[in-house]
Design a protein around this ligand. Structure first.
Ligand SMILES: Cc1cc2nc3c(=O)[nH]c(=O)nc-3n(C[C@H](O)[C@H](O)[C@H](O)COP(=O)(O)O)c2cc1C
Length: 225
């Protein structure tokens, strides 16, 4: 399965089976989370046997049945874009391993068994496990709403990378981002079109999806610094 197939197959899953993640899969997942924590320098923890973290009363956005989550710890919002960028790597790798995920802002953070150090708190979570379903595609903004091409025609790889960006999960499915392909067709700018909330996390997630797809196309491109 190529990364584009993985990106197309991933949907947020909110209902999970009782089956815990065990054996080789748990081992792989622990290694994955540990690797991503080292590469990113972020405090990311895999937390098992912790269904209480999803024990909340809310009108929407509730995850049911998940006993495992990934906790992203930070001081305030300072690491938001990095959390999105690195967390989405975990979401895609988990999908490849046959697991389902859902980023979760609405969770019982204080009931997470993640270990708190250095004044950091659980900023965001990701439910992970065996979904009762694989989730389903949702409505998205069009690629033309989400991108600007400074000098047409855009190369083929940009189309693939934009599809990946369009399919990236964003909080409340807001898709508050814009991707600009600069004249010359190699330099790409990604920006949030709204500030605050989870928009920086979303931007990081979108950048990860875009980058994975562009690199799968072996494109010669770079982010605008
Ligand atoms: C930062 C962030 C926070 C999210 N928080 C929640 C949440 O608390 N509850 C929930 O059900 N979904 C949550 N989601 C999932 C989004 O609703 C979902 O990604 C979006 O609707 C797009 O659907 P898809 O992931 O199936 O493509 C969150 C997503 C992101 C990126």
């Amino acid at each position: 399965m190529g990364v584009m197939d993985t990106i197309r197959a991933r949907h947020s899953v909110r209902d999970y089976e009782d089956t815990p993640i065990e054996g080789n899969k748990l081992y792989m997942l622990k290694n994955l989370v540990a690797d991503v924590a080292v590469c990113s320098g972020l405090d990311i923890q895999l937390v098992t046997d912790n269904p209480e973290a999803f024990n909340i009363v809310a009108r929407f956005g509730i995850v049911r049945g998940a006993s495992t989550h990934i906790a992203f710890l930070a001081k305030g919002s300072e690491a938001d874009e990095a959390i999105g960028y690195w967390g989405q790597r975990i979401a895609l790798a988990a999908q490849e391993m046959g697991l389902n995920t859902c980023w979760v802002a609405i969770m019982a953070r204080k009931k997470s068994k993640a270990k708190l150090t250095d004044g950091k708190k659980v900023r965001l979570g990701m439910a992970i496990g065996y979904g009762k379903t694989q989730g389903k595609p949702r409505k998205t903004k069009s690629v033309s709403e989400l991108s600007v091409i400074e000098s047409a025609p855009a190369p083929a790889w940009f189309g693939a990378a934009m599809e990946a960006a369009q399919l990236a999960p964003t909080a409340m499915n807001n898709q508050n981002f814009r991707i600009t392909l600069r004249a010359g067709g190699r330099t790409v700018k990604a920006e949030a079109t709204k500030t605050g909330g989870w928009n920086s996390v979303d931007l990081g997630i979108v950048k990860r999806n875009f980058e994975e797809a562009a690199n799968e196309c072996k494109a010669d491109w770079r982010w605008e610094s």
